[in-house]
Design a protein. Structure first.
Length: 428
């Protein structure tokens, strides 16, 4: 394994290309076996709004174990082995998901639904741990001054891959309905879930050929994830934003799936088509956002994008076309994603990148999960089953969600950004 200071420019360029290939293939699989597909599959098993809330929230609750990511990573000399191990384990969990949901494998639909939640949860736990290792790996290989453009380029390929995945799934959904009419949809959805899992497994191949990098000394001290929070004022302020946005994001999220399924009666192909529209717009902006981050910083871009993203639940009030329009607003997520990754890499540097990522996504994931579960419980109590087919019953919740998501932009005014590293003429 090479030492960090012996990694050449050619090694870095090959690694960045491998990272792009990994992002594209992984996102293709992720676009096929999406949250939308799993949620529709859960409805096939008779899931309630509260159970759907668990499908949305359980992965985030399990994700708090990502706090152990830096400690696990510190037990290895390099990043490649733990990263690949966690990603392989996540693929196994995904392959078990359609197997347990297949009718007759388990005694009842309720047990199958519970098994689906468990597999989905364990998949996310393994995938999250692998992602912590992966971003720590990137922080060593990629020069600091290119963090913004690197995250923008990776976001580009993630969105391209997901877009293709959504189009493939939507195409099969339309074809299946035309060919088989009113036949049950679960065989198609289980087949798509299996195919998506296999693509995500194939995404690890580019990482096998990517140059390894040693775990930095900061991670090898077994730094507790909480210590990163205590030592970093910029991270604490960024985390305050993440907590506020995650809490606001959970409001009406489980309910929105009931709205789509019960009130609007949308097909999976239309839902994925709307998401694909968002993914089509995001690649067009991702590299541009990366340049803005490298030149001007993250805060201004994050504020603008947050206010645009907040419009999404309000647009639901427009019915079917309002639902489609909400995903046009969600294109602005690209600026948030690029800025957030670059901001955390700048705050941490190579030594503490894994700790900072685990702290941020662990805590914000728990907040989002709790908010989603509360939302699901409130929906079950305040919107009885007999009126869930009426769009008007959902309107107050979407207005509240818009107000809360808009208010989440306030903490962004107080972010502390590290100095932007000056551009040089040196190559990667």
């Amino acid at each position: 394994m090479l030492a960090a200071d012996s990694i050449t420019s050619a090694d870095r360029r090959r690694a960045i290309s491998a990272a792009s290939a990994n992002a594209t293939i992984w996102a293709l699989g992720n676009g096929i076996i999406s949250t939308a597909l799993v949620t529709f599959l859960a409805y096939e098993l008779g899931a309630s709004v509260a159970q759907v809330a668990w499908i949305l929230a359980a992965p985030q609750l399990a994700g708090v174990l990502r706090w152990f990511g830096p400690q696990i990573l510190s037990r290895f000399r390099g990043h490649k082995l733990p990263c690949l191990s966690f990603y392989f384990a996540s693929v196994i969990m995904l392959l078990l998901l359609p197997a347990t949901a297949w009718p007759g494998v388990l005694p009842s639909k309720s047990i199958s639904c519970s098994a689906l939640v468990v597999c989905w949860c364990l998949y996310h736990l393994c995938e999250y741990l692998g992602t912590i290792c992966l971003w720590s790996w990137f922080s060593v290989i990629v020069p600091r001054r290119y963090y913004g453009r690197f995250t923008g380029r990776r976001e580009l390929w993630l969105n391209v891959g997901r877009l293709v995945g959504f189009v493939v799934t939507s195409g099969f959904d339309v074809w299946y309905r035309q060919q088989y009419g009113d036949a049950p949809l679960w065989p198609l959805r289980l087949a798509l879930a299996t195919g998506g899992a296999l693509f995500m497994g194939a995404s690890t191949i580019p990482l096998i050929w990517m140059i390894d990098a040693p775990v930095r000394a900061g991670a090898s001290r077994l730094l507790a994830a909480g210590e990163a929070l205590l030592k970093s004022e910029p991270l604490r302020r960024l985390l305050l934003y993440g907590i506020c946005f995650s809490a606001a994001n959970g409001v009406s999220y489980a309910l929105s799936w009931s709205y789509v399924n019960k009130a609007l009666g949308l097909s999976l192909s239309l839902v994925l088509g709307s998401i694909a529209l968002m993914r089509l717009g995001q690649p067009l902006l991702s590299t541009w956002c990366g340049r803005i981050v490298d030149r001007f910083g993250c805060r201004g871009l994050m504020i603008v994008c947050q206010l645009i993203v907040a419009l999404a639940p309000l647009l639901y009030l427009g019915g079917v076309w309002g639902y489609v329009a909400s995903y046009v607003a969600l294109i602005a997520y690209v600026g948030t994603n690029v800025s957030l990754a670059a901001m955390m890499m700048r705050i941490a540097g190579p030594k503490q990148a894994s700790a900072n990522f685990s702290v941020y996504f662990g805590l914000t994931g728990v907040v989002y999960a709790v908010s989603t579960l509360i939302d699901g419980y409130v929906a079950n109590q305040l919107i009885p089953v007999e009126i869930r087919s009426s769009p008007e019953a959902y309107f107050p919740y979407f207005v509240v969600a818009w107000l809360l998501r808009s208010a989440a932009a306030i903490p962004l005014l107080f972010l502390l950004e590290p100095p932007i590293v000056a551009e040089t003429r040196s190559n990667l």
